[in-house]
Write a protein that binds this ligand. Structure first.
Ligand SMILES: Cc1ncc(COP(=O)(O)O)c(C=O)c1O
Length: 411
């Protein structure tokens, strides 16, 4: 059978979402300057779907700096991979600044977070090793696991007993030259809960292992100084390899891992997606340095983010919505219902209330549940929050009617 013909019938992981609504439910276009209010289908909407947590991406100072860096360097240089011709003093300076920021001895810049962490996982473990990861890990960890040659096992999300069971199994089966790598997230991007890092780290004494934490959603937002979920939980030292991306609080592209110098040296020579791919362009590197400085100099942006998060969350809870007990700014609202309900909620909020949210249904979440995820940022105002809450109040009947209908049907 022709491969292209076969693809027509192959189901997509996004299920029913992709079969209709291109440009609306999938691949929508948010236009105009980045910010809490953008244009969608030519109408202003309050946006709760982008990870510019601190509002860095729409700061005038940042936009000016970006333009100057682009004019100074252009977007091409440095050409080539870091290892060959793609290195610069600025790349190295950024690495030093990132390492200091997250309280680690050394850091390695990655041109993309997704490919970067996949390659890091692949490089770290070999066929004698064991790789243990949380079942709700981001796709990049799951794909990294596919690449890895190690023996792999998964533990139930944030379940310490399940984790210990896997750890104990690895210890029982290991050879003298086997090592164990554990991978989890700092702040989980869909559910908003934090990884049980302290509990995981506490088991190191009983069963020695190394811990890699993907803190994509925590870097810049968590911890008093923004240095992430480990700092927030008081266990940054127990994280052996810290991963952060620029794709969220930095509102940029690129990422990094921070760890001991000897591990960075190893990764520099073994991380295939970095060795065989172009390095980060100079204006991005310069802008990342600027954004990092701003994130460090403006703790009040983090405070504002938390204030907005708490107001939004409390408002939704007061109305009777089931807001998952998230511990980072991600605000997930869970309800019972079908893909159709998920689409109806998004459509009603967008069309009738000028509120842009993203939702997911089966197969991203279990069948019969709908998850609407709101991402508050420091640049949302009280007015944005109030208008959004009014929208949620207005659609309550639709949301709750569907849930009670479902209950009746399953009773
Ligand atoms: C938890 C997590 N890890 C890794 C990534 C990938 O990072 P990047 O967008 O820098 O490739 C993302 C998404 O951005 C993420 O949410």
């Amino acid at each position: 059978m022709d491969l292209f013909e076969k693809l027509q019938d192959r189901p997509s992981p996004l299920g029913e979402f992709t079969s209709e609504g291109y440009g609306y439910y999938t691949y929508p276009k948010l236009e105009g300057p980045l910010g809490p209010v953008m244009k969608f289908n030519d109408k202003d909407v309050i946006v709760w779907s982008i990870n510019d947590y601190l509002g860095v991406g729409n700061k005038e100072e940042v936009l000016k700096y970006d333009a100057e860096a682009a004019a100074k360097y252009g977007f091409s240089a440095p050409m080539g991979a870091r290892l060959m011709t793609g290195n610069s003093d600025q790349h190295e300076a950024l690495e030093k600044e990132l390492a200091d920021f997250v309280h680690k001895p050394s850091a390695l810049l990655l041109n993309y977070g997704y490919q970067g962490i996949m390659s890091v996982i692949h490089a770290l473990v070999d066929r004698n090793d064991f790789l243990i990861y949380d079942e709700l890990s981001h796709a990049c960890i799951v794909d990294g696991k596919q690449l890895a040659m190690a023996d792999k096992s998964v533990f139930k999300h944030n379940d310490i007993e399940s984790f210990e069971k896997q750890l104990e199994r690895a210890h029982r089966n290991k050879k003298p030259n086997s090592s164990i790598l554990v991978v989890t997230e700092g702040a989980f991007g869909m559910t908003g809960d934090l990884g049980i890092l302290k509990e995981i780290i506490a088991l190191k004494e009983k069963y020695p292992f190394r811990l890699l934490v993907d803190d994509a959603h925590g870097v810049g937002t968590m911890g008093k100084d923004g240095s992430g979920t480990g700092t927030h939980l008081g266990c940054q030292d127990g994280i052996d390899i810290y991963f952060g991306t620029f794709a969220k609080a930095f509102a940029l592209i690129g990422a990094f891992v921070a760890t001991e110098e000897r591990v960075v040296e190893f990764l520099k020579a073994n991380t295939r997606s970095q060795i065989f791919a172009k390095s980060v362009p100079m204006p991005i590197v310069e802008s990342a340095r600027k954004r990092l400085k701003l994130i460090q100099d403006h703790p009040e942006w983090r405070e504002q983010l938390w204030e907005n998060t708490n107001k939004l969350r409390q408002g939704l809870i007061d109305m009777g919505y089931n807001v998952l007990p998230a511990e980072c700014p991600v605000t997930p609202v869970l309800t019972e219902g079908s893909t159709e309900l998920c689409q109806l909620i998004m459509r009603k909020l967008r069309e009738e209330h000028g509120v842009f949210v993203s939702g997911v249904a089966y197969p991203v979440v279990p069948k019969g549940t709908v998850l609407i995820r709101l991402i508050p940022t420091a640049s949302h105002t009280d007015e944005h929050i109030e208008k959004t809450l009014k929208g949620f109040e207005a659609i309550k009947d639709v949301v709750f009617a569907s849930a009670s209908e479902k209950k009746k049907m399953t009773a």
